[in-house]
Structures are given as C-alpha cells and as structure tokens.
Design a protein. Structure first.
Lengths: 921, 139
C-alpha cells in the first residue's frame, strides 16, 4: 500500500514524493468531505498517519528544492522545482475551480520559500496537535524534532530550542541513549547559536562524557569547554557553574586516620577518587571541598576513649555511581534498605507495634527530584563557607584520579563535607551534595588521669597492681613533669625497680617507652613522667599496699563486748559472703592542673575471722576461725594470740602444731589456744590474734607484709555451774523402751563461791547466805523425747561451792535407738521489781548481754551496730517499765558447762510395738 | 528478515535494541521509540479484555514507507518491537507471530538466569544469537 519504490520505473527525484503528498491529501480531503467534524475527531488515530506522512513528504520536497535554507533556492534547485511542477501536469478538472485543493497546495508550496514555510508549518502544527490530542506524545515530539531541524536551517534557533528541549526531556525520561545523544547534539548547536553559554557548556560537558559519540566528537565538545574556560573573562570573578556529574564522578573517599577523628592540631588527610569523564586530560586549577562546621557539645565521639574503642574498618567510603544521564530509570535507584521495627510498651515489654521502615527513603526521594532537574543548570548553587579543603593544580586524566586533601584540624567540632567543586578557568563544576554523608571530627581533650586496679578488686594487705593511665589531651608532657601523690596513711605505693612507662599515640600505636623514676618521701611520692607529645597516652603500673587498720579499734573494744570488725562481719554475713572493704583516698597533683585529682581505691579484706570460747569442765579454750573470702590462695604463718592487757594471771597455750599453713580460696582455718589462769576467778581476756599471710602463688615479695590482726574480748568465761542430766530406765527394767516413761534427773552444781559476776538483781541475801534464782528448761529440739509434766522451773540456787540442785522429771522416748539427751538450758531469773535498778545498770547489762542470747528481748541482741545500741537500750527499758514481768537472762556460754552433752541413751523398741517407724530425713 | 529487534521494559526504556549494522542505527531507535505510542494505545485498549484471553501479539503497529513495525507485549508489560523490511512481502502474520514467540521464550530464559538483575540491559549471548538468527534468516 505504501510502497513507493516500484521496480522498473525511473522517475526524477521528488516525483514520488509529490505523488505521495497529493495522494495523502486527496484521501484526507475525501474523508473530510463525507464525515462531520466529530467523526473525524474520533478517528484521528487512523488519519494522523497520513498527515504525518504528508508532512514528511513536503519536508523532503522542501529540502530537495532548496526551499529550506537561509539563502533560498539556487538555480539548480529552481530547475528541479520546475521539472517537478511540470511533471504534475495540469490540475484535474473536478478540482480546478475550487479554491483549495491538494494540487494547488503543492504548487503553491513549491513556488516560493515563504509559501513553503507557511504550508509546512501548517501541516506540522496540525500533525503535532493531532498526535498530542490522542496521546501519542512520542510521535508528536518526533515531528517536533523535524520542525526544529527546519527552524535551525532557517536560522531561527530560538524557535527550535523549545522543540529540542521537549524531545530531549521525553527521551531522558525514558532513557533512550541514542536519541538523547542525537538530540543533545542538535540542542548544543542551537544553544551555541543562541549564545546560551552556560547551557551550551553544560550540554557540551554532557556530550563530552557521552560514550555514544565518537572520540573526535567528544574531544570537540571537551575542547569547546576548555576553549571557553581559557578565554579571558570579560567580567573577572564571574563563574559559570555546571553540575559535576558529567565532568567527573566521585568514586570513593578515604580518611587517614581511618576513623576520621583527629585532635586539635592533628593532620587529617582525605583522599578521593574522581573518575574523569572527559576524553582528554583536563588541568584543573583547584578542587575545593566545602565543609560545614558544627560544634557538637558533649559529644562522646570526640573523646579519646571513643577513639581507641571505635575503629572504622578501613575509613573508606564508597559512593554509589552517580546518576549517569542514562538510563534514568528505576534500575538506577538504590536498593531499598528495609529494617524490621518493633515497638514495645515500656511497662510490661509486650509488643505494641511492628513494622518495616525504609532507612534510605530520603535518598529515593532525592533521586527522583534530581533526575527531573537533570538538565537545569540553575539548580546548582555554589556554596561559600569559611571552611574549605583545597587542592590546587591538578590534572585529571581520563578515568580514575586520586586527589589528596590535607588539613590541619583547628576548632573542635564536626565537619561535614558538603560540596565538591572543580574549577577550570571560569568554569566551575560543582557536586552540590556529597552523599552518603561524609564527616570528620576534631576534638580537644583535657588531660586526664585514670587509676584503676588490674584485678577486679584490690585486696588489702598484699601488694596489688594498679594501672595509671595519663591521657595527655592538649597538654604536652615536658621533661620534669611529675605526678605528686600525697600518701594516704594506711596505703603505700610500692616502687618496683623495673617499672616502665609506655607512651602510646592516640591510635594505640606504641611510640616509646621509658623507665619510670619514682621518688618517695614520707608524705609524697613523686612519679616523673616521660615526655610525651599532646594527644598521647602514657601507661604504667604501680603496686599499692593497704595496711591493715585494725589497731584503730583498740579503744572501742575495751568498752564494747566485741570488737567492731567482728560486728561488721556478722552484719555482712546476713547478706552473703562479702568482704569488708576499706576505702583509701589518694590525692594526686598533676602538672596540668592546679587542682588535685582525688582517687579512691577500695580494698577488700580477704579474711573474715570469728572466735569462740570452748569449755571442757573448767578448762577453757579459745578458738579462732579464719575464713578466706578472696579468690586467691594464701600462706598463713606465725599465728599468735596475745593478751593485750598482758596480765600475768592468764596464759594462752597454743595447741596449733603447724607454723605454716595453706588456706585456699573460700576455705576456713581454725586455731585453738588453751586458756589457763593462776588466780580464780580469772580476769576478762582481751586478746589480739595475729597471723602473717602472703599470697601462696608469689615466691618472693619485695616488701615484708604486715600480719593480719583481729582483736576480741572474752569475759565471764569462768565456769559457775555444771549441769548434768541423766536418764534412767523405769525401775525393774534394764533399758529404756519406747513409749514407757523414764526418769530424767538434772543435777545443777555450783562450782564456786560468791563472785563479782553474781552481783545482780537475782542475788538475794539472808543470814550471810547468798542465793540466786535460776530457771532451767528442758528442751528437746529433735523430738526424740516427750517431756511429761513441767519442762521448766525456777530454782533458788545457794551461792556456794558445791551447792547442788536436783530436779526430777519424766520423759518418754519416742523412738528406739541411741538417743541424745534432751538439752537442759539454764537462765538467770531476774525478778520484775528490779526494773528501776536495771535501768541504772543498763549499760553493764547490755554489755554482758551482747555475747549471749537474750531470752527476753525477742530481737537478736547484736542486730544493731554501735549507733543503734542506744535506741535498743531505750526499747528494753521501756518494756521493763510497762510490763512488770520477770526477765530471763541467759548465762554467758562460759559460765555453764553441760557435762552430759553428747551422751546418748539406748532405747529399745517396746515388744508389743509392731509398727516400725522409719523416718528418713 | 527483521532489520531491528527491540526489547523494551515496562517503564519504556530499552532493555535490548539491535538493528542491522548496515543501516542507520539512530533511525531505528527513533522508530522503535515512536512505535511505543501505538503499543501503549493498543495495550490500554486491550486492558479491558480478560487476562487469559489476552493476545500478546499486537500485530502491525504502523507502516512506514520502507518498514513495517510489529509489536508484542508480555504479561509483565515488557514490549517486543520488531521492524521488518516492507519489501519482504513473503513474510506473513503467522511467521511474525512465531518469531515473537521465539523471542519471548529466549527472553524468558534470560530472566531465568539467576545472575541477571531484572531491569538491567540484556547482555546474554544466547539471546544475541537468537536475535542474529532472526535478522539474517531469509536475507
């Protein structure tokens, strides 16, 4: 149907075009003649092809006949035109009389330049309009491009530009590389004619980087830019700002130091890789990075700790390939960075909401924006700021180029790299935003001193290592700078002979090490620091020794029943196995500050000591238990127990055989002394236990260690009463039997005459005879015995040696076997009327009491520390006043000796008992 | 017999476009690009039809003086455009149809390649060979 290149027929050039043109118009006219306007409009899709074809043919006829040029047709063109017009022949009679016919139109169009222009424009506009009305934008743009070409021929570039821009936008949006390049080339010419320098240079730069052009064409456009740039500018300082991406692309960026953190005065170098898109080497006068500076206050990022702890993997930041003009489409968008998100309610941690968040949504949005403004040179603004990184006189070779910026850090803060500009003469290529965000930090730091133990906790009494860390910050350690440590009273700094200080740079590279010189006097230990530049770290280790501070408690222990540390131990025992701690404060004068740094070191006492008084009849033994609470093993040696009063009446005979003993972690060791006396009754014993100790692991210690001491007091240990219990089988029987009553006989014997300790409220005097009231109680905690009848009673005990009181009661064994005897407890029975006197005597009463258990007051007597003793006293006395009841007071442990404790009685099962009870506990 | 074969993504950018090396490449680019107007028109007209009845072959898009442009659209809106010489009158609609089917199969193979990122330009040698075979077949 459309084929016009029929074989065998030779026609002059243009004749077929004329024929096609006429045919198209004839058909269209015929259609117009038989349809109304609405029908035509609805069928544009079918007719527009003919319109377009006719336009095309008219265009080619115009070019053929020299009608599309500035000068008009030459003689050859005119000859050709005459031939064509002659070939048309005469108009056919049916249309000859009409004003408008395709024949007339063609004839007229070919007759003059002006007429051709009119007809061609009419046709083109009509075609474009039709295409646009049915949504065939691409076709409309294509016809528009032809029109632009026509205008360019007619030297009317201002009219051509709009068509070229429209077409180019369309091709860019859909990413058609070859049409883009071709249209751009046309546009460049148009812009050149129009004198749009900036636009022309930008288009040129795009074309120079366009790989679809030949090398020569690219060089030509590149040269256009360079020529312009080298021209002396008529207005100096005028800059032509062009986008960077067509000129060169930022590929990666590398910081040195790699964590991008430098101290004030430090040198930072930034190496960037720029990939030049130009076909020839370009001499760039300077490359400038605009930097935005912001002060971030209290930023942890800028401290030396952060610096040493956080290290970026390599300090290299890669930039995603910058949007090349092709293809501007979805595939050039970065991948979505999606993350799960959970939001939990703060109260019960239950899941409230969950979702997916896109971390780089700003980037996706940014891209769309920039792609639409790709051809807008005005979109790029040159930022001016006080902070710039500069690199001058660089030649960018085609391809990758490495450019290094060096800067010395000045003000502390965060510096964000914003714009990258490259200047070639008056032409500036600008990358308006550097993305991803690149920043470096400059910090300034005050010098600091840290003292920390090497182990988890410091143990008192043995040398322990502590690490000193001096962060020099902005201070430079000069020769002769030293740390002045004012010695704490009970803590020593030991100076190992070969201690060395190591100086590290702030990237933890060891830069030097030096021997440490330490001078000690009574008050001050002076450590001279090695010289170190600013922003370095000096580290060294020293040993500290905390001396046991026991002697300070001497005065108190006289007054109180038990020494203070002991009390503390008992308190701690309730909460768990904690070590007693002591804090030592050291004040250190640093050369960089007029203020002293106070450092508190906490030492834990590795041992816990308890003591006990053991009796065997009238013989007495003192037992000291040392428990190792620490993680270390110790060697204990030279244990002593000495009477601090140094009374000649008392002697302590050690029963410990080994002089050296090993105590493992969490182990206890017992020491026993027998207490003998020459005079009765013996005075109270104030004694001090001391034992030398040293860590078992260390062979040789540089210092002699002070022994561990423990002071305590034992009173009223002289045995006053002997309690003897005896169970005898019922009469006539050989053994006790379960279920049958046996008799329990308790024998309470007074062993001494009236003593000082007996003088209390319970003592009554009649006829030179003294007696005291005692209460006994038979208790069987293990439920082996059932006590029948009264299990307790009050007896009046004559205060005289060998006075004996005998108590009978009935008990029934509940089980068979060797049963231990029930316990017999003895209390002092204080009458109620003594309330007044007890208050007077409260101090002494409480003092006695603290060693033993108070039966009356329900609260344990030593649940309180020294401070609360007063309040407890008032509680007790208040009770005395309000309740006139007799009080019971337990006798001190040493005063009663139960001679039958530990004895057992054989109970055999009753014969008629067929039930065998087995209790497994 | 085909002088230009193009595969165009859903978003109308070319995934693959190849024309006979003897001819002006640019001309075919413009031609294929312009034909997308008709493809869009046909697709939107076809949109109402049921999916399973949808004809993937779009038929002749438009004729020019020297060439005929045929279109084909996959269910995922990827377009195939083929330009054939008008002088080749021996070419029937059925043959065009089978060529498109071949193209579609080959394209599916490309998509099945796990190393191919959907949306990237097609750089498969197998696909290339198939297109070459279609372009030299009769000539």
């Amino acid at each position: 149907m459309w084929s016009t290149s029929g074989p065998g027929v030779s026609v002059p050039p243009g004749a077929l075009d004329c024929w096609v043109f006429l045919s198209c118009l004839e058909v269209l006219q015929r259609i117009e003649g038989c349809c109304d306007r609405a029908q035509i409009d609805s069928n544009i899709a079918h007719t527009v092809g003919l319109w377009s074809y006719a336009t095309e043919k008219l265009k080619s006829l115009g070019y053929l006949c020299g009608l599309v040029s500035e000068k008009g047709p030459n003689s050859e063109d005119l000859n050709r035109t005459v031939d064509l017009l002659a070939g048309l022949g005469a108009e056919r009679p049916e249309t000859a009389n009409t004003a408008q016919s395709p024949y007339k139109k063609l004839k007229e169009a070919l007759s003059s330049v002006e007429a051709f222009e009119k007809h061609y424009l009419d046709l083109s506009h009509a075609t474009i309009e039709m295409y646009t009305s049915i949504g065939r934008i691409r076709s409309a743009k294509f016809v528009g491009k032809d029109l632009a070409e026509f205008y360019m021929r007619k030297k009317a570039p201002q009219k051509a530009e709009i068509y070229l821009q429209g077409a180019l936008k369309n091709y860019l949006a859909e990413g058609w590389a070859l049409p883009i390049t071709h249209t751009r080339k046309q546009l460049a010419e148009c812009q050149k004619h129009l004198g749009q320098i900036e636009n022309y240079l930008q288009t040129s730069s795009l074309l120079a980087s366009d790989c679809h052009l030949t090398e020569e064409e690219r060089k030509h456009f590149c040269q256009e830019i360079l020529d312009f740039a080298s021209q002396p500018s008529d207005s100096p300082g005028h800059k032509i700002v062009l986008p960077m991406h067509s000129f060169a692309q930022l590929r990666d960026l590398h910081f040195d130091p790699s964590n991008a953190v430098v101290h004030v005065g430090g040198v930072l170098s930034i190496e960037i890789t720029m990939y030049s898109q130009m076909p020839v080497p370009v001499h760039v006068e300077q490359i400038v990075v605009n930097v935005h500076f912001s002060i971030e206050k209290n930023s942890y990022r800028k401290t030396a700790e952060w610096l040493t702890k956080h290290k970026m993997a390599n300090g290299i930041i890669n930039f995603p390939p910058e949007t090349a003009p092709f293809p501007v489409s979805q595939n050039s968008l970065p991948a979505l960075e999606l993350y799960e998100m959970f939001e939990r309610s703060p109260s019960d941690n239950s899941l409230n909401t969950t979702g997916i968040i896109c971390r780089n949504v700003h980037m996706l949005l940014r891209r769309q924006e920039s792609s639409s403004s790709l051809e807008m040179p005005s979109g790029v603004a040159l930022e001016e700021g006080p902070h710039v990184l500069r690199c001058s006189l660089v030649t960018l070779e085609p391809g990758a180029n490495k450019i290094t910026f060096r800067t010395q850090a000045k003000e502390p803060g965060t510096y964000t790299l914003r714009q990258l500009c490259a200047s070639v003469g008056s032409v500036w290529f600008v990358l308006p935003h550097i993305y991803p965000i690149v920043q470096y930090d400059v910090y300034s730091q005050e010098p600091q001193l840290h003292v920390e133990p090497l182990a988890d906790s410091l143990l008192a009494g043995i040398p322990q290592k502590v690490k000193f860390t001096v962060t020099t910050g902005h201070y430079t350690i000069k020769n002769g700078d030293s740390l002045q440590l004012s010695n704490a009273e009970a803590m020593l700094f030991l100076c190992p002979v070969e201690s060395r200080a190591v100086v590290y740079s702030n990237t933890r590279e060891q830069s030097s090490d030096a021997a440490l010189r330490i001078q000690s006097s009574d008050k001050v230990t002076s450590i001279s620091l090695p010289t170190a530049p600013a922003y370095h770290v000096i580290e060294f280790e020293l040993e500290v020794l905390s001396l046991p501070s026991a002697p300070a408690l001497g005065g108190e222990s006289d007054m109180l029943g038990t020494p203070e540390p002991h009390r503390k131990h008992k308190d701690k025992q309730k909460t768990g196995h904690c070590m007693v701690t002591t804090d030592h404060k050291v004040s250190i004068d640093c050369p960089w500050s007029i203020y002293s740094t106070v450092i508190a070191l906490t030492f834990s006492v590795p041992f816990r000591t308890t003591h006990a008084l053991l009796s065997s009849g009238t013989r007495k033994y003192v037992q000291v238990c040392v428990e190792n609470l620490s993680e270390l093993d110790f060697q204990l040696s030279d244990s002593y127990l000495v009477d601090t009063r140094d009374s000649t009446d008392l002697q302590l005979v050690p029963l410990n055989t080994q002089s050296q003993q090993h105590i493992h972690s969490q182990q206890s060791l017992f020491f026993v002394w027998e207490l003998t006396w020459t005079e009765e009754p013996p005075p109270p014993l104030h004694c001090r236990f001391s034992v030398g100790f040293s860590p078992a692991s260390e062979e040789q210690l540089s210092v002699s260690l002070k022994p561990y001491t423990y002071e305590f007091q034992v009173e009223n240990f002289f045995t006053l009463y002997n309690v003897k219990a005896e169970i005898s089988p019922p009469s006539g029987m050989e053994y006790c039997r379960t279920g049958s009553l046996c008799s329990l006989e308790v024998l309470i014997t007074r062993l001494s005459d009236l003593l000082e300790v007996d003088k209390d409220e319970a003592l009554t005097e009649s006829d030179e005879h003294f007696s005291t009231k005692l209460m006994y109680e038979v208790v069987d905690n293990s439920s082996n015995w059932a006590v029948c009848g009264k299990s307790c009673g009050v007896i009046s005990m004559p205060v005289a040696a060998q006075a004996t009181h005998r108590v009978h009661m009935e008990v029934m064994p509940l089980f068979a076997g060797y049963l231990p005897l029930p316990d017999v407890k003895l209390f002092k029975y204080l009458p109620h009327h003594s309330a007044h006197s007890s208050q007077l005597d409260a101090d002494s009463w409480i003092e006695n009491d603290s060693l033993s258990v108070d039966k009356h007051g329900d609260e344990p007597p030593d649940s309180s520390s020294l401070k609360s003793r007063g309040s407890m006293q008032s509680v007790c006395s208040g009770e005395h006043k309000g309740l006139p009841m007799p009080r019971l007071q337990a006798l001190p442990a040493g005063q009663v000796f139960n001679s039958s404790s530990g004895t057992q009685v054989l109970v055999i099962p009753s014969q008629d008992d067929h039930v065998l009870e087995v209790s497994v506990t | 017999m085909a002088v230009c074969v193009a595969v165009i993504a859903k978003e109308n950018y070319p995934l693959y476009i190849r024309s006979t090396p003897t001819e002006n490449e640019l001309k075919f680019h413009y031609m294929v690009h312009t034909s997308l107007d008709v493809v869009d028109e046909k697709i939107s007209a076809m949109g109402k039809a049921l999916v399973d009845q949808r004809e993937l072959y779009l038929g002749l898009l438009y004729p020019t003086e020297d060439y005929k442009v045929y279109g084909y659209v996959t269910n995922s809106k990827v377009k195939f455009v083929m330009v054939v010489d008008s002088s080749n009158t021996a070419l029937r609609d059925n043959e065009i149809r089978s060529m498109f089917r071949k193209l579609h199969n080959s394209y599916t193979d490309v998509m099945c390649n796990p190393f191919y990122n959907p949306g990237d330009r097609i750089q498969s040698r197998a696909f290339d060979n198939m297109v070459t075979s279609m372009m030299i077949q009769v000539c």
